[in-house]
Design a protein around this ligand. Sequence first.
Ligand SMILES: [Zn+2]
Ligand SMILES: [Zn+2]
Length: 434
Amino acid sequence: MNDSELDEKDHEYIPVDDSDDSEESEAFEDPEYVPDSSGDEGASQLLPVTTDKPKQILVQSCIKISGKREAKMHCCLFCSKYYSKMPRHMEQIHANEPRVARVLCLAKKSRERKEALSVLLREGDFAHNYDVFHKEQGVVLPKYRSREGENKSINHYLPCEFCRAFVIKTSLRKHQKTCSQSKKEHIFGSTLENSRQLLPMKKQSDFQTNILDRMREDSVTHIVKQDPLILLYGQRQYEKVGGQQHNWQYISQKMKELGRFLISVCEANNDVKSLTQCFSPHMFDAVIAAVKNVAGYESKGHTFATPSLALKLGYSLQKCCSILRNSAIRNEDEDLKKKATDFLEIYKDEWTERVSVHAHGTLSTAKYNRPQMLPLVEDVVCLHKYLDKAPEISKDWDTESRYLEFGKICLCQIILFNREKKWGSTTAQIEGLP
Ligand SMILES: [Zn+2]
Ligand SMILES: [Zn+2]
């Protein structure tokens, strides 16, 4: 059975109404919600997330112990521990986290508060589930647990592209009709394809090992690793220049720039959850605003704090939009193709006058004002004396340190001879040498 068939069979799977028994949980959005009878008033417990069998992904199911359903576990977004009463845990332990503090300011039992808590809960579960997929081992926490005995395999589940909850994939469309995070006007492409893109790439590719695994873990990296389009952009860059190790840092830097940009867009536009959503004509002004924000635009003097970042982001965004358009052409997605094409059209017309011109202006002003430093005579003499040591060393290089010294002198001479920056010479390869 292929995906489209699965997709159309928006069928009869009836989830177990097993939301938390705590009052503030996703229960509120589930009309069939029946409080859990487990009466679990106890303290937080740890979920047994490791399995004996090597490399196996299981799905948390609903187990009854002496007639009562076992409490459903969630993974905390902040401490990565497992609790059944997540809203209470967040309130008690993480009240100082800015995101939790903001939620706690909302009126108790209000819909806003419940929804905001639900978002935090889903994000924690998704981070856990993503990790399970990445390691190919562990227990996935779904939105609805299947009944005991009808354990569904992980292949039946996919995350919702809006709320990131893991749902049976044949019920995904049905779920998205009522999903609190769903924004109908932003749906691009096939539902299943979008969801699948949220999962980590299956095989440990060179790109994963050399780029993603080497990135320092922070909030920007977190965004980068979850955004399908930024990942695709990184992969394309890796295909292009990843053969040389000195470019790896450059590739992750490019991806992180896009990550910072995306965070800025998301902060200003609540509807936006992914880079793909930025490439629509109506988002162009928001994109300009975010680039200006990230690059520190000063509207008074039309200057940028980091003008080069504004220019680099322009190139990267243009590239990402082209990647998106090409994938839309391949998937015969006319709607997405039109959005991306129109975005590129506006970019061509407006980017230069709204961003590039000011960035280039800031750069040339800085260049004007930079004092030109001339080398002192003593320093030049010192350098030449050092370079003159080469013939002497080359006579006798029996030790490793002398050989290294000789190499450094040769490199200096090549750089001086070429009158260039060190970059070209340090990465030049000599045929025949390892
Ligand atoms: Zn916690
Ligand atoms: Zn959803």
